[in-house]
Every structure is written in structure tokens, then in C-alpha cells.
Design a protein around this ligand. Sequence first.
Ligand code: ZN
Ligand code: FE
Length: 256
Amino acid sequence: MAALEIEQIQVLKDNFVYLVREPASGVVAVVDPSVAAPVLERAQGLGWRITHILNTHHHPDHTGGNMEIKAATGCVIVGPGHDPDRIPGMDIQVKNGDTYDLGSARAEVLFVPGHTRGHIAFWFPAETTLFSGDTLFSIGCGRLFEGTPQQMWASLSRLRALPPETRVYCGHEYTEANIRFAVTLDPDNKVLRKRETEVRALRAAGKFSVPSLMSDERAANPFLRADAPEIAAALGMAGRDPAEVFAEIRRRKDVF
Ligand code: ZN
Ligand code: FE
């Protein structure tokens, strides 16, 4: 098993599209193409032939490039079978617990509803790589457009249980704003403060703050810490159900 080669492309304002190459087979997948042109251009520049699109959810900033990339490359589109009608051009539907092989790299599909009702994540356990879409961001999480706080808390609880060395490739560069909010709830969190310093330096140098490490998310992302006593206490919700605490954190972030 060789490591995946991952090329990170920032498009629109703050969306991340990923080109993922499995070197043994030369298979190349695009994760969540918002748009087509910059993705096709980057692939061509690298000499990579796109064979697949992997979609985490139906939002146009994750699927807008599907049809044009498919027309240009003849690639196969793999997306959530939990959302069969909203993924443009979907050829292969995958559901929770399914696996999908990109050459010798095997993805496990995790159903993580909340941001949308059909959202999935692609986890490559042997490559310690997660494509989390708009479910888990660095130090944040997606808005609840179609799900309940209970669903999203369950989804995030599954993701935080993945191995700590997992690299989290998410759908947006939102980390700085997420940290500004997180420190209001968790000002004494050392891992959060370390991440704040690190992200500030990365962004000042014009670099991405993504991927992040699951160990850092687990320790510093308030949305993964709704069951931590200090977070509940900071919200005046000591002893309350974690899903209720999560709902309150999400509500506050929505108006922050
Ligand atoms: Zn979205
Ligand atoms: Fe998005």
C-alpha cells in the first residue's frame, strides 16, 4: 500500500477540492468538485488522468463541476446512496458501511447526516485519511440545514472516534473564524491555543490550515467536546445531555 498523493485546490471563495491519486494504479479521484475548469487544469498540469469523482453531499459548491468533469474525462461519479436524487450524474451509490476501492486504496463510507440528510464521509483507514465534506471542519462543523442536533452530534461522535492520527480533509477553509468562536467557550484549552498560533502563522504565510489531525480536533474542536464538563459549564449547562449542549454551541456559532 502506497500513500495517497493529495493535491489541494482552493476554489470559489473558500472551498477545497481535492485531487487524490493512488500511485500504484494511477487512479485519480476528485473529491467534491465545486467547479470544473481549475480542477481539469490542475490535473492536466500534473499529468493526472481523472477517473473518479467522490461526492460527500449534494450542495452545488461540492457537485457543481460534476457534469463538466464527467464530460471531459468520462470519469465515474460515486456519491451518497442516502441521497439518490440530488447528486448530478451519480453512477455509483454508496451507503454507510460500504467500501469503495480507488486502485489499492480502500475507502470506507460513513453516513454522517446533519448538514444535509444524505451526507457521507470517505475514510481511508490504511492511509489515515478522511474526507469529511461539510460535516467536520477544523475547529468547527457544518450548519444544520437538514438535520437535527441529535443527528449531527451522533455523526460527529463517529468521526471523532476514528484514529487520532487521521488527517482530516474538509470542505472549506473556515478555520480562523472557527477558532475565534471556539476561544470564547474554551479560552484555557492549550491544544486550541496551540492551533490558534499555528493557524495564524499558516494563514499569514498564505498556506492552508487544512488538513488537520483528528487528535487536535478531538482535543480542541468545541463541537466534538459537547460532552466535556468544562464546555457544558462554560455554557451554564452542567450535567445536561451532550446533544443539547451541542445544539447550544451550534446556535451560538450561527449568530457569532
Ligand atoms: Zn454543504
Ligand atoms: Fe460547502
